[in-house]
Write a protein that binds this ligand. Structure first.
Ligand SMILES: *Cc1c(COP(=O)(O)O)cnc(C)c1O
Length: 372
């Protein structure tokens, strides 16, 4: 049996009639860029978040640096995040011209360790970017309290966890802005690239809107800006898919519960759900200690299971990061390095079948005996 890592085509087939119609509607309308389908999706996304503004952009990476620029954060400024995230979080800080300051993550959640933030603050610090990694919100209440005390901005990197929530906060409630990614492999994914900024702050919204469209607020009038728009065809696709996101997250949680029930008590470290949090399992990440991760992974692959690592090289371990442009490590980054060495992401998407889930569990249990 083969168990794939992604269910993109299955999801397309399940929604084929709706998606094909959404695409055809845009094609027939002739309005492909900054048209009414984009505007409609932006309203739906804002309403979904209970937020005032949503602005479609070209990617989750662009969403992050557009917000940094909208806030005037750039050269000479520092932005705190963790190195246990996708490369783009730090990359966006660098694109904005600022310095990424990397701290450790929490050993249970693998999200930013909020007890490590204050030691990283200097007079140059302007913002914190907590990442909602793997489907679980960072501890935003704690991040927001630190930000308030030190007068810092907070931007949520929510590329991975749309539809997640904290115990007593919603995404977007305790920050200046949220950046989302809609690249196909994310929980809400289009057939290509896409992203959005969600915010309650009218100044950030207006500035991101201006910056994404060549610095223009009025036809033919421009100032400094970029081209980072979300195409209407993607907005149409996302508008269809947004209606299914809660059901998909519930199914991800159901699959995660099956994995957890079957794998608890083994030598694997399993994901931790913080009390009261809604974890939406963008990824179901287990850890295997003892240096056998790569052997375990290739064995699983041989058994037909497409498992992966997120992320085998933490950002501070990347030789290719533009270190010369400045980045600061406030270490030790013990947990980030442990997670990078030990992590395995099991197949996780709403369209997985019961047979595939059972087979994955059977093989993981067999593998643990061999490799743990
Ligand atoms: C995917 C991802 C991004 C980047 O999103 P793109 O749309 O690919 O630019 C940023 N941060 C995290 C945590 C991600 O997972």
């Amino acid at each position: 049996m083969k168990v794939p890592f992604y269910g993109h085509v299955r999801q397309y087939h399940n929604l084929k009639a709706e998606l094909d119609k959404a695409i055809t509607d845009v094609l027939e309308s002739g309005a492909y860029v900054m048209g009414p389908t984009l505007t409609r999706f932006e309203s739906e996304l804002a309403a979904y978040h209970g937020a005032k503004h949503a602005i479609g952009v070209n990617s989750g990476t662009d969403g992050l640096w557009l917000v940094l620029m909208a806030l005037g954060i750039g050269a000479g400024d520092e932005v705190i995040t963790t190195s246990n995230t996708f490369f783009a979080t730090a990359e966006a800080i660098w694109i904005a011209g600022a310095t990424a300051v990397l701290v450790d993550s929490d050993p249970k959640t693998n999200n930013i360790d909020t007890t490590k933030i204050e030691a990283a603050i200097t007079p140059k610090t302007k913002a914190i970017i907590p990442v909602h990694l793997y489907g679980q919100c960072a501890e935003m209440d704690k991040v927001a309290a630190i930000a308030k005390k030190h007068n810092l901005r907070v931007i949520e990197d929510n590329a991975q966890s749309i539809d997640a929530a904290g115990a007593n906060f919603k995404i977007g409630e305790l920050s200046d802005a949220v950046s989302l990614s809609f690249i196909i492999q994310k929980n809400l994914g289009t057939f290509g690239d896409g992203g959005a900024v969600v915010t309650n702050n009218p100044d950030i919204a207006a500035e991101v809107k201006r910056l994404r469209n060549h610095g223009s607020t009025k036809r033919s009038v421009h100032s400094y800006g970029f081209n980072s728009r979300l195409d209407d065809i993607h907005a149409g696709i996302l508008s269809v898919k947004l209606k299914h996101i809660t059901k998909w997250s519930d199914r991800r949680r159901e699959i995660a519960a099956m994995y957890t029930k079957a794998l608890k008590g083994t030598a694997l470290t399993l994901p931790t759900e913080l009390p009261g949090y809604r974890h939406v399992y963008h990824l179901y990440v287990v850890e295997i200690a003892g240096g056998k991760r790569d052997a375990f992974l290739s064995w699983l692959e041989g058994e037909g299971i497409d498992a992966k690592c997120h992320y085998p090289i933490a950002i501070h371990q990347q030789a290719g990061y533009p270190w010369g442009k400045g980045a600061r490590i406030v270490g030790p980054l013990t947990n980030n390095e442990r997670n990078a060495a030990n992590c395995i992401s099991l197949p996780m998407f709403p369209e997985l079948t019961q047979e595939e889930i059972d087979y994955t569990i059977e093989k993981v249990l067999e593998g643990v005996k061999k490799f743990a």
